[in-house]
Design a protein around this ligand. Structure first.
Ligand SMILES: Nc1ncnc2c1ncn2[C@@H]1O[C@H](COP(=O)(O)OP(=O)(O)O)[C@@H](O)[C@H]1O
Ligand SMILES: [Mg+2]
Length: 262
């Protein structure tokens, strides 16, 4: 019997998004297979975060399809009850590590990680306790469950945010510039953590970054956004070999090149 083909984690088809006269995404198409670690590179202000918001249906593209496991998120309208249920079901499959970490300051580390479990699942408090401890151990901060975010270092806060992002076993983990604000050693440690979580839990990771060292360390797929266009996308080794001028400029930190500094 033929095996039913599973849709990829994410397919973008000709996605465009403008704010007023400012075109941020201009006809972006790509496919991210299940279980991949995909790093999206690009200079500041090129629409990387806008792209992530389109994936979870927080922003609607002006044109194009945003398929998450085969469901077109861009066609769902949150104001319609039936679509809303679908949208929430899709969002439930994402874990998000936001650019600023965004822990709840007035909650302990334990409660920060328990929060999505209490909100989205019917787990008992005993099950929640076990799961929170598992997640904290995985990110290497098992000793910190009673602490508050203000008592943690930047690197530890990031780890706790990571534990929260994977709290309810998402299928796709979105990381918006996970290494921003971290020193190089700390961000390398975070990259190792991403690889370890990927190895042990098998989730799809979509990582927004402007750190080329990070891309080299973790990426299976690489895309680069520049001036609204996806200038290159593919398997990491192919993309590195092809060495697109925009990527080259990024890697060499050249101030002249296809990337316009605005
Ligand atoms: N809700 C919004 N309204 C108007 N402009 C926006 C909005 N969100 C993002 N933008 C603009 O889109 C561009 C890309 O933003 P963003 O995706 O945050 O960039 P980055 O690649 O640094 O993550 C920026 O110029 C930003 O000002
Ligand atoms: Mg951003």
């Amino acid at each position: 019997m033929a095996k039913r083909e599973q849709p990829p984690a994410v397919v973008l088809e000709d996605v465009s998004k403008s704010f007023g006269s400012h075109t941020v995404l201009d006809g972006v198409s790509l496919t991210i297979p299940r279980g991949s670690i995909c790093v999206m590179l690009g200079p500041s202000g090129t629409g990387k975060s806008v792209l992530l918001r389109c994936l979870v249906g927080l922003l609607k593209p002006d044109r194009g399809r945003v398929l998450v496991f085969g469901e077109d998120v861009a066609a769902l309208d949150e104001r319609r009850a039936k679509d809303r249920a679908k949208l929430f079901a899709i969002r439930r499959r994402f874990g998000m590590l936001f650019q600023d970490g965004a822990l709840f300051d007035d909650m302990s580390v334990f409660d920060n990680i328990a929060f999505p479990m209490r909100l989205h699942t019917t787990m008992s408090e005993a099950q929640i306790r076990d799961k929170v401890r598992d997640r904290l151990a995985r990110v290497g901060v098992g000793h910190a469950e009673h602490k508050f975010p203000s008592e943690l270092s930047g690197g530890m806060r990031k780890r706790v945010a990571f534990a929260r992002a994977i709290a309810i076993d998402p299928d796709i983990v979105l990381c918006d510039e996970p290494s921003s604000g971290l020193d190089p050693v700390m961000s390398a440690t975070l990259d190792e953590l991403i690889l370890e979580l990927h190895r042990s839990l098998g989730m799809t990771f979509i990582i927004i970054s402007h750190d080329t060292a990070e891309a080299r360390m973790v990426a299976e797929h690489i895309g680069m956004l520049a001036n609204g266009k996806l200038v290159t996308f593919g398997r990491a080794e192919q993309v590195f070999a092809e060495n697109h001028p925009a990527l080259e400029q990024f890697f060499t930190r050249a101030t002249q090149g296809p990337i316009k500094v605005v």
